[in-house]
Design a protein around this ligand. Structure first.
Ligand SMILES: [Zn+2]
Length: 82
């Protein structure tokens, strides 16, 4: 596995730079957000607003919450966000 496209990801709640696994920080420091899938919607909208494309947004959210990007996609589709 190449580390070539490692990107920096900030915690969307407190702004610290995260290292992998990203979800460990969210789970430990922001347990209420971690439990709420509704959070995915606002994060996705934030990332879109920052100009991130859909695939990258789904990937980052998946990594923050320790779920597959496809699960994030499915949830957003169910909520008519995607
Ligand atoms: Zn945080």
């Amino acid at each position: 596995m190449s580390e070539n496209h490692e990107k920096t990801v900030e915690c969307p709640y407190c702004g610290v730079l995260l290292s992998k696994p990203y979800w460990a920080h969210v789970q430990e420091k922001h347990p209420e957000e971690y439990e709420k899938k509704q959070t995915w919607i606002s994060l996705f909208k934030d990332y879109k607003g920052m100009g991130m494309d859909d695939a990258v947004s789904l990937q980052v959210i998946g990594e923050l919450f320790n779920v597959d990007a496809e699960e994030v996609r499915f949830f957003l589709e169910q909520n008519n966000i995607l």
